[in-house]
Design a protein around this ligand. Structure first.
Ligand code: SF4
Length: 313
């Protein structure tokens, strides 16, 4: 069971070491059409939980191997805020992280729970996803668990943005034919005008999705950016980041990292040292890794993972 993955070149946050709070299976309160993980039934809470001790031990081991980490990213095979010991975990990470920053990537659905709201206030950085505002579009794209309502999420995001003293980022992911309409962008614009975020990243599908949905084009993304109010800190997400330093990965680490997050040739150039690149080539030659093209970009994916995702259409 691999709790730690990476480091990976996060396109927005620098060199990031990931913590997977659900390493054995996907546990999420959404089943997004564009998810880069395999499709899965939604859950309202975790049924398989790892201990805080196991996470901290794995993190300390990873710190010994990688000394160029900018950020510790709390994420999951699913939604990390479903992890029931999150508050305690963040306290323990804070005790050992030195000058690294903490970051959580969440779909925002549990922010209306006051315990989660208070817990996330203790992080250095928070990234909240918000894909749609009209209930119909929200349900189509994010396919939430029963009882999750976008109105409550939008209110919680606004309130959190005012209470949080760290760096807050919002991410909106556009899916062709779903949330890229003028009406939906107007609704998003109106909510975002009441959210105090450092940056609003808008992007589209750039990794193989769980369901057969399509990305919008870069040109359309630019067009959408222009539709938002000019006072909003809209940023078109880009995969590239200069200045990343390469690290050494064993073959097992390569497989584990690619399983959590498919990497492109650019990512590998930035992150892998020469020996790790040779390891990747040898995994390719022996068939443990395969290449998959998506929107003109080649991704490296573990063979088993690629087959698993292709089964669902
Ligand atoms: S994209 Fe995130 S929120 Fe959506 S189903 Fe996948 S893990 Fe859950």
């Amino acid at each position: 069971m691999n709790i730690i993955f990476g480091p990976v070149n996060s396109r927005r946050f620098g060199i990031s070491l990931g913590i997977d709070l659900s390493p054995a299976l996907k546990q999420c309160n959404f089943d997004c059409l564009y998810c880069e993980l395999a499709p899965s039934a939604t859950v309202s809470h975790q049924t398989e939980t790892i201990t805080v001790d196991a996470i901290i031990q794995a993190l300390q081991e990873a710190f010994k191997q990688h000394d160029n980490i900018d950020v510790i990213t709390i994420t999951a095979n699913g939604e990390p805020t479903l992890y029931p010991h999150l508050r305690e975990l963040i306290r323990e990470i804070d005790a050992i992280k030195a000058n690294k920053k903490t970051l959580i990537l969440t779909n925002s659905a549990t922010l209306s729970d006051s315990e989660v709201f208070q817990t996330l206030l203790s992080l250095d950085q928070v990234k909240l996803s918000l894909d749609a505002i009209t209930p119909e579009v929200f349900k189509k794209i994010d396919r939430p668990d029963d009882g999750i309502e976008i109105d409550n999420i939008a209110e919680a995001v606004k309130a959190f943005s005012k209470a949080f003293t760290g760096r807050l980022f919002i991410e909106v992911l556009f899916v062709h034919g779903l949330n890229d309409t003028t009406e939906e962008i107007k609704a998003l614009n109106s909510v975002l005008l009441d959210v105090e975020a450092e940056r609003i990243d808008i992007g589209t599908i750039d990794r193989p999705p769980a369901y057969p949905v399509e990305a919008i084009t870069h040109k359309e993304l630019h067009h959408i950016a222009m539709e938002f109010d000019s006072s909003l800190p809209i940023h078109i997400a880009s995969r590239h980041k200069a200045g990343a330093s390469p690290s050494s990965y064993s073959k097992e680490e390569i497989l584990n990292t690619l399983d959590k997050r498919p990497l492109t040739t650019d990512d590998i150039d930035l992150l892998f040292d020469e020996a790790s690149k040779r390891g990747l080539q040898s995994l390719l030659a022996e068939g443990s890794i395969t290449k998959k093209e998506r929107s003109g970009i080649i991704f490296y994916i573990p063979r088993d993972n690629a087959q698993r995702k292709r089964k669902k259409t």
